[in-house]
Design a protein around this ligand. Structure first.
Ligand SMILES: *Cc1c(COP(=O)(O)O)cnc(C)c1O
Length: 363
């Protein structure tokens, strides 16, 4: 078995080996039932226990208060771009969208089907997505249905460090690419959502943490399956959930708990990011991070080399050395190392070692 690669893919991303090893062991027969978890009814105890455990681990690790529900949905984060305004944005009403990159913009566009979203702040400077707006730069309206932001910009490599105070207006965040990567004060948010495939598990599961008041306020005249209230009232078992994905997510959360929870995870991610940014910053300009220093993401670290030829060569050499998934998003080029939770500091050090050697040879 070859698992000595370091997986820097942006998503779906690497998963911690212990979570997969357990799945491998239990794949054909879970708990002596003679069946795979995939073959169990979602209405019987073998699955129900895992479902509850996954939700409880989210609660425990994120410190979700009693005012909030934990939901496990489908449709990807992209589905949420539509269901958020479908539930919470009425015709003729506005919502404030902070546009810090491609995913923010997609969310904003979906909201236009339901109401009049406004762009209330931007991460673009001279048309480049290198910035994270401060509170004072946001133009927030007190009559907005909600404020929507993207906590981490997966493609652009920027990340909110502090979140704006939106007063009485509900704050909704797409945390797909930095969910559970650091401690976050859940109380500040009316809703946090994330596709699981970056930090939590396989694709096919969407984690939603939302205030009960927000869920209750959702539109009633939309299809049952798209109401957050339906999921809340039915313990995310209104219809068949993605049982295998939730099972893997449970395994991943157990791993995160064993590692020490969000405080330990935050420290680990900070150390990884510091290692990589210092390799970039100490290269005498050979490697260049295009993002403003205080907007730098700890999850998706982007950088350029002196030419596209060298970038291609670097990606090929990295690949050959077992460091995979380093090509930047096709819309921006350059390099990107997605250092999600499952990537270790040792993995990042293999990358920085290669960067130093590559510069020596090609600099
Ligand atoms: C990956 C990603 C998405 C898209 O997620 P899907 O589950 O594929 O719809 C949305 N937002 C952010 C910030 C992402 O990183």
């Amino acid at each position: 078995m070859k698992r000595d690669v370091v997986n820097f893919n942006a998503g779906p991303a690497g998963l911690p080996s212990p979570a997969l090893e357990r799945a491998a062991k239990e794949l054909l027969d879970i708990e002596g039932t003679g069946m795979s978890i995939m073959e169990h009814s979602h209405r019987e105890k073998t699955y129900e226990k895992i479902h509850a455990e996954a939700k409880n681990l989210v609660r425990e690790l994120m410190g979700v208060p009693d005012t909030h529900d934990v939901l496990l949905l489908q449709g990807g984060a992209s589905g949420m771009f539509a269901t958020v305004p479908m539930n919470f944005l009425a015709k003729g009403k506005s919502a404030d969208y902070v546009n810090t990159g491609a995913w923010s913009e997609k969310a904003y566009k979906e909201a236009k089907f339901f109401g009049e979203p406004r762009i209330a702040g931007t991460g673009y400077v001279n048309e480049k997505p290198v910035h994270i707006p401060k509170q004072s730069e946001l133009d927030l309206k007190s009559d907005a249905a909600y404020v929507h932001l993207t906590s981490n910009n997966t493609i652009e490599g920027t990340q909110f460090r502090d979140f704006p105070d939106t007063g009485a207006v509900p704050l909704i965040a797409d945390m797909s690419s930095d969910i559970m990567s650091r401690p976050v004060d859940v109380k500040k948010f009316a809703m946090i959502y994330a596709g699981a495939q970056k930090n939590l598990g396989p694709s096919g599961v969407v984690l939603v943490v939302a205030s009960k008041a927000l869920i209750e306020s959702g539109a009633k005249n939309i299809p049952t399956i798209f109401r957050f209230k339906t999921a809340a009232e039915n313990d995310s078992l209104y219809n068949t959930p993605p049982t295998f994905g939730i099972y893997i997510m449970r395994n991943v959360l157990l791993w995160a708990k064993e590692l020490g929870g969000m405080t330990a995870m935050g420290k680990r991610n900070q150390e990884k990011a510091a290692e990589l940014y210092s390799a970039i910053d100490n290269s005498n300009g050979y490697y260049r991070c295009p993002v403003e220093v205080d907007a730098r993401s700890e999850m998706n670290i982007v950088w350029r080399l002196p030419s596209e030829e060298l970038e291609k060569k670097f990606a090929a050499e990295a690949d050959a050395a077992g460091l995979v998934g380093l090509k930047g998003h096709r819309s921006v080029g350059g390099m990107r190392a997605s250092c999600y939770n499952a990537v270790s500091l040792d993995g990042v050090k293999r990358l920085t070692t290669l960067m130093k050697a590559f510069k020596e040879k090609n600099g």
